[in-house]
Every structure is written in C-alpha cells, then in structure tokens.
Design a protein around this ligand. Sequence first.
Ligand code: NAG
Ligand code: NAG
Ligand code: NAG
Ligand code: NAG
Ligand code: NAG
Ligand code: NAG
Length: 375
Amino acid sequence: MRSSCILCSLAAYVALGAGSASNVNSIHRRDANCTLSGPIGATSVNQAVKSCTTITLSNIAVPAGTTLDLSKLTDSTTVIFDGTTTWGYQEWDGSLLQIGGKNITIKGSPGAILNPDGARWWDGEGDNGKAKPKFFAAHNLIDSTITSLSIKNTPRQAVSIGGCRNLTITDMTIDNSAGDAGSLGHNTDAFDIGTSSNIVIDGATVYNQDDCVAVNSGVNIAFKNGLCSGGHGLSIGSVGGRSNNTVDSVTFSNSTVQKSVNGIRIKTKGTETGLVKGVTYEDITLKSISGYGILIEQNYNGGDLHGVAGTGIPITGLTLSNINGVGAVANKGFDVVVTCGSSSSCTDWIWSNVTVTGGKTYASCTNVPSITKCS
Ligand SMILES: *[C@@H]1O[C@H](CO)[C@@H](O)[C@H](O)[C@H]1NC(C)=O
Ligand SMILES: *[C@@H]1O[C@H](CO)[C@@H](O)[C@H](O)[C@H]1NC(C)=O
Ligand SMILES: *[C@@H]1O[C@H](CO)[C@@H](O)[C@H](O)[C@H]1NC(C)=O
Ligand SMILES: *[C@@H]1O[C@H](CO)[C@@H](O)[C@H](O)[C@H]1NC(C)=O
Ligand SMILES: *[C@@H]1O[C@H](CO)[C@@H](O)[C@H](O)[C@H]1NC(C)=O
Ligand SMILES: *[C@@H]1O[C@H](CO)[C@@H](O)[C@H](O)[C@H]1NC(C)=O
C-alpha cells in the first residue's frame, strides 16, 4: 500500500534542510507533525511511529484483521484522532487498536469518533459465538494521558488497561447503546483494569452491556465523575486465578450507575487466593437497578453467588459512604447482598449513609460484618 504519510515526509524534509549536516540528528528528524489519512498500511504507521512527534490520524480506515499498532511509540509522542476512524470486518480476537509508550498524549479532536462498527459482529454471545476483536489495548502506557476520546459500538470489550503506570483518562465516551437492541451487544465491558498503578478515569460516560469498570488487579485506581448506563455496574473483580490477584486502594466516587444489572459489585473467587484491600465507593447514585444494588461476594465462579464463599481472598478496609439508591432496585432484585467466607475474611469495613431500597432481602447472606446488613 502507498504510504500516505505525506506531511510526515515533508516535515522531516524541512527539518533536514534547515539543519547543517552535523546537527541533523534523530531529535531533528522527530520534530515533525505527521498526518495520516484514509486507508492506511502498517508501513506508514511504522514510519510515523519512528519519525513523528505528533501523529494525527485523520479519518483513517484500518484494514480488516489488523491492529492499528501504536504500541511502541517513541517517548513523548502525541497522538490525535481526528474525524472518524474505521476498521474493516474480520472475525478475529483483535485488538483493533493498541497504544503504548512513555509520556504519551492521546487526544480526540472535537467531534472525532473511533467507530469499529461492532454491530457487524454482534450476535448476542459476546466472548462466545463468532470471534470478535477486543477494541483498545491501552497497555504499557506510562506517565501518559488520554483525553476526549469518543468510542462507538465496540465488538466486545472496549478498553483494556494493563501494565500501565500513571495514566489519566479524561472525558472518555464509550457508547455501545445500539447493542441493547435485540440484546445483541454482550461482554462489552468499558474499562477492564489489571496490573496497573496510579490510574485515574475522570468524567467517563459509558453506555454498554457489561461491567462499566472491572478492576482485576492493581494499585491506586480512581474512577470519578462518571456515568455508567445499561451494564453491570462498578466492579472489583472477578479477583482470583490470574497472574496478579491483588487489588489495593481503588476509589469510585461521584458517579451514577443507572439502568444496570448491578450498582456496586465486588466478586472474588471462592477457591482462589489474593487480596482486596482499601476499596472505597463514595457519593454514588444508583437508579433503575434490576439485579443487585450492592453485591459483595466471596463465592463468584464465573456466575454470581455460586457455591460456598471462600476465605482465600479477604476483602479488607472496604468503605461505602453516601450511597444513594432510594427506590433504585427493581422489586425482583436485591438491595444489599453480602457473602463472606468467614468473619475474618471481611474486616475493617466502613458503611456510612448507605441507602439502597426497592428490592427483596436475600436469604443466604453469610458472615456479614456487623456494620452492614443484608437487606
Ligand atoms: C506540531 O503541532 C503542535 C500542535 O499543533 C505545535 O505546537 C507544534 O509547534 C508543531 N510542531 C511542528 C514541528 O510543527
Ligand atoms: C512529555 O511530553 C511533552 C510533549 O507532549 C514534552 O513537552 C515534555 O518535555 C515531555 N516530558 C518528559 C519528562 O519527557
Ligand atoms: C504522571 O504523568 C504526567 C503526564 O501525564 C506527568 O506530568 C507527571 O509528572 C507524572 N507523575 C509522576 C509521579 O510520574
Ligand atoms: C501484583 O501487582 C502489584 C502492583 O500492582 C505488586 O505490588 C505485587 O507485587 C504483584 N503481585 C504479584 C504476585 O505479582
Ligand atoms: C460530579 O460529577 C459530575 C459529572 O458527572 C460533575 O459535573 C460534577 O462537577 C462532579 N462533582 C464534583 C464535586 O466533582
Ligand atoms: C447521605 O448521602 C446523601 C446522598 O445519598 C447525601 O445527599 C447526604 O448529604 C448524605 N448525608 C450525610 C450526613 O453525609
């Protein structure tokens, strides 16, 4: 495929021409703003990754079955998405987009949309059924920011945050609401987070059909000022059986969960080991919850409340404060469900100003810390 990095080579040429031969070095060569547009190939992307400080992706069309691979960006690169980014159709696992590097700035221009047109894959079966690409692997992003990205209709999971350190995601929109029709969208988790530290997700707007946030492992993670609609709520876990099973210091604050199966959920596997420590939910509003307002379970096994609650993954230092779910739970749902393996596997909980009503009382809560109650 013909390289479309026209401005890229132009800017590099100008930089080369401006310097004397002796000071033409890699720094000068990288002093370039490059724009890629239209159908792009791996060659033009690789060239831009090597030689541009700012890469603008303007209305690009990524060929079927390929990753838009920005996983090895040079330090301090800026990536700007402009117009509509599209992907061709192929049944494969993805990811459709991968970005990694240090001190990376990723932005969406006003009106820009990343549109993988997931409806082409949706069959109501998510991870099963036909092979569907995961969307965005935000892996190994260090000291980086992602601002104002708008993502529409992912085939399944939207954003995977893995191996990241000091990453701030601001004002991201993930709109998979079209997947509600005929229940075709499935496993469309918005943010899956693992083995990462110092992550902030601020001002996210999510319409999907699975977890809004799922933290499987990691340290110092904050989700704030968000809206989660249509999915499975603000989740820790499932924790257990992965390469890292420690969740430490996670805060969900000032957010609304609506039209969802769950509001707040912590799920650990009964037969595994690990630790869930220092998780806080504060200033959370719940509305129209069909299943569980608050569900904290040590007996998750791929499904909620399956089998005997275990003690191998203690939940310690859990705070729920100012949780407003008055009348939020459907009358067939449950307001608050807690299943702990023992009194020593759920310790140091703070439960203050938590009001979740509308649903039934669950009959099989176990070892519920005295500060809370199953209701
Ligand atoms: C690249 O674009 C940025 C932002 O538009 C600008 O600040 C910078 O000066 C540009 N650099 C070059 C080499 O043109
Ligand atoms: C980070 O990248 C920005 C450009 O986005 C640059 O101005 C700054 O110097 C870089 N910081 C470090 C520590 O490299
Ligand atoms: C975190 O990343 C930002 C860039 O997004 C940088 O300015 C800041 O210095 C980093 N903080 C630490 C503690 O490294
Ligand atoms: C899990 O990850 C945390 C940091 O996120 C780290 O401190 C801990 O050592 C890791 N544990 C294992 C078993 O790798
Ligand atoms: C809470 O989040 C909303 C956005 O959902 C924002 O408008 C508001 O400013 C936030 N409040 C605080 C105190 O940060
Ligand atoms: C209790 O939480 C509600 C939100 O659910 C909040 O409006 C109210 O101010 C809180 N009360 C106290 C005493 O903090």
